[in-house]
Structure formats: C-alpha cells, structure tokens
Unconditional design. Structure first.
Length: 239
C-alpha cells in the first residue's frame, strides 16, 4: 500500500475532500501534528506523498514558533529527495521559502470563495480541471514564484496562487482540499480573524452552500490528474 503523510497545523485544516480520493487510490493516510511532533526525527523521504497543510502562522515565523524552522528543514529534505510533495497555503509558502523565494504579508486578507485565473501553463496542468469553479482562499501572506518553478494560477487579490516545481512538487496558495460542507469549522476556528477583517460569517456560509458537490468533484479531478502526473520513484538517500 502507498503512504501519504500529512503535516497538520489545525485539526480542521486536514486533507478534506482529498482524503477519500487518496484512500481510493490505495494510499494509507497518516496525520502528523506539526506543532507537537519531533519533526527532526520524522521520515521526510519514505512516504510516497508528503503533504504540508495550511495554518494561521507565517513561513518565516521561526522566532515565534520554533517548529517552523524544523518544518522548513523537513521540506528541504523532501525536495532534495525529488519525491512527490504537495503544499497547501502555509505548506506552499514553506516550499517557496526553502526554494529561495520571498514570502511576505500582502497588507490585507484574501478570505472567501473566488475562481482562479489560470496561466497558459495552468491551463495545460492538472489545475485545468478547476475551470471557473470558485475555490476557498484564506490567507494574508503571499509567495513569489521560486526560481525554476512555473506559475500556474492567480487571482486579482493575489497574482501567485499556484506553482509547479518539476513533475513532483505542487504549491497551492488556495485551499483545494476545503469541503464547503464543513465551512462551519472554518468559520468557528477562524472567528477572531473573520471579526478582525470585518467579514460576515453568513456571507461566507452563503458562498459555500452552492459549491457543495461541484467543488469536491473538480478538486478530485485536479488531484487525480496531478497524482497520475507524478513519478513515485524509490526513495533516494539525501546527502
């Protein structure tokens, strides 16, 4: 059986709609709490797929949250192994950081459901399955596209929403995995942030309701296409 390890920073920001798909494709899913685990001892190379999920801290917050430095080191080891790596929101920012790109505050929050604008490369990538279906955005930081990576998507608020680094690395600023049917967990879990930026939870709930089913379907199609695109070679030793 194939294995996927998902580093999680908040309990409800999990693999969401992607977890059943991964299980259907023969992956055994293991979650690791990035805030509690000894990341220095975690096997970064062995899993067939490593996923770094989102969280409400910054990719350079090492001084405030020391585990971030350990997580960045783990991402570096995984990148050196050239095995499949998916980063979502904070996860994508950590990949960008390790690849030498800038990650910085936008000066405002992008929160809510909105469609992506795909680049030419994006239209020829697994993300093409998303079409014009709105996806969930929930962030205040942004990454620059790392050198050697390909920009795939953007929005008006945030021009860099996705990048590919070779065949096996995908960084997504948006939440492809988010299940509109579980939006209440996001609304409660991030209630303070919503209040700080003056958003009405009822508006976000109303945005989510009509997307049930449709967003899950296109997310599954996009992830299936990416998994098919990746090359899961035998683990390489990292010097």
């Amino acid at each position: 059986m194939k294995s996927v390890v998902a580093l999680r920073h908040l309990q409800f920001e999990d693999l969401g709609t992607l977890e059943p798909l991964l299980q259907e494709q023969g992956y055994q899913v293991t979650y690791v709490d990035a805030t509690q685990a000894n990341l220095a001892r975690l096997d970064a190379i062995g899993p067939d797929l490593l996923v770094i999920l989102g969280g409400p801290v910054g990719a350079f917050d090492d001084d405030t949250y020391p585990f971030i430095a350990e997580e960045a080191a783990l991402v570096k080891t995984r990148l050196q192994s050239r095995r499949p790596l998916l980063g979502i929101c904070l996860g994508a920012q950590l990949i960008a950081r390790v690849l030498g790109a800038t990650v910085s505050p936008m000066g405002y929050k992008e929160i809510g459901f909105a469609p992506l604008s795909l680049t030419t490369a994006g239209l020829n990538s697994p993300l093409a399955a998303l079409g014009d279906i709105p996806v969930l955005h929930w962030h205040g930081d942004q990454f620059e596209i790392p050198q050697g990576a390909t920009r795939l998507a953007g929005t008006e608020c945030c021009p860099n929403q996705a990048f590919a680094y070779g065949r096996n690395v995908l960084g997504l600023q948006f939440h492809l995995e988010a299940d509109p049917g579980r939006i209440e967990q996001w609304l409660v879990g991030h209630a303070n942030e919503i209040g700080q930026v003056g958003l009405d939870p009822r508006q976000l709930r109303a945005q989510a309701q009509p997307l049930k089913g449709a967003l899950e379907q296109v997310a599954r199609e996009a992830m299936s296409a990416w998994l098919e695109h990746t090359v899961i070679d035998a683990p390489e030793a990292v010097l």
